[in-house]
Design a protein around this ligand. Structure first.
Ligand code: SF4
Length: 286
């Protein structure tokens, strides 16, 4: 069995930079990470081992028990920033600049008097951060959630990790159901997400099955799995090599390997080596 790696995969620069910020912290016991730094249990366990406190994503501890609070790459609303500062917390900001761009674009559209539509996963931490600073905003998770809006001025932004085809479909439907509206789209899907999706489509043309490495709670990892399934290619999501089951690869000549943006290089390499071992075992007829 051959293993082909996607040309673009794994950690994006936003996650790498956030990890560098964390690595530079001298005294982790003074810092609470506000939500999950990345949606990856390997990283989460490592941070806990180093002595960082971490608020669970859905239930952020407030006020944090430490004097310093680290804002993750997913960002938070200005309102939340103010709440933390009012509670006397020092902020260490690891917000990805491409997430900041979504906040700025949404606010600018609202300042133009537009009703903001955010194409993104309802409840996702990045989405919550953007929505909380706006007077009014509809979050659209998929095209079938689009409706005819009262406002004749609409502004569209996207969660950074939304698949471009989902965004295109939702935008088409917004235009179709609101034919008289003045619509402005600021496409804020981030470049690393686009490149990974494109590499994935390329990979799908060359393989019989795909292994996607990433946390089960990682939205962009799940999106990669969905993309495989849409193209009728079997996909297996694993967090580490120990999740691999040799039986998945019976009759598979070529397997593709890709990973979500919060996956460590070492996890990808470990899964790659394990797949090669499974291939050798297949050849030996074991
Ligand atoms: S996925 Fe995109 S927006 Fe999110 S941290 Fe990575 S580069 Fe930034």
């Amino acid at each position: 069995m051959d293993v082909i790696r996607a040309e673009e995969m794994g950690m994006c620069f936003g996650v790498r930079d956030a990890l560098k910020v964390v690595d530079a912290i001298r005294d982790p016991s003074r810092v609470t990470i506000h939500g999950e730094l990345v949606h990856n249990p390997v990283v989460t366990r490592r941070l806990a081992g180093a002595g960082f406190r971490q608020s669970p994503e859905g239930d952020r501890e407030f006020p944090a028990p430490t004097p310093l609070v680290l804002i993750t790459a997913h960002g938070v609303s200005d309102a939340e920033r103010r709440r933390l500062e009012a509670a006397g917390k020092g902020l260490i900001d690891a917000t990805c600049p491409l997430v900041r761009r979504v906040h700025e674009a949404a606010r600018a559209l609202e300042a133009e008097g537009r009703h903001v539509l955010l194409i993104g996963k309802p409840g996702h931490v990045e989405v919550r951060g953007v929505v909380e600073d706006l007077g009014r905003c509809d979050v659209i998770g998929a095209a079938d959630q689009v409706r005819c809006y009262e406002s004749r001025r609409l502004g569209i932004v996207c969660q950074t990790t939304m698949p471009p085809d989902v965004v295109d479909e939702a935008c088409d439907r917004i235009r179709r159901l609101n034919p008289r509206a003045d619509i402005r789209l600021v496409d804020t899907v981030c470049l690393p997400t686009r490149m990974r999706q494109r590499a994935m489509l390329d990979l799908l043309r060359r393989v019989d099955a795909v292994v996607v490495v990433g946390g089960r709670n990682s939205n962009n990892t799940r999106r990669l799995v969905d993309l495989c399934r849409q193209h009728r290619t079997p996909a297996h999501q694993v967090e580490s090599a120990s999740d691999l089951e040799p039986g998945w690869f019976a009759g598979v000549d070529t397997v593709g390997l890709t990973a979500g943006t919060s996956t460590l290089d070492e996890s990808i390499d470990e899964v790659h080596r394990a797949l090669e071992r499974i291939g050798i075992m297949q050849q030996a007829g074991e």
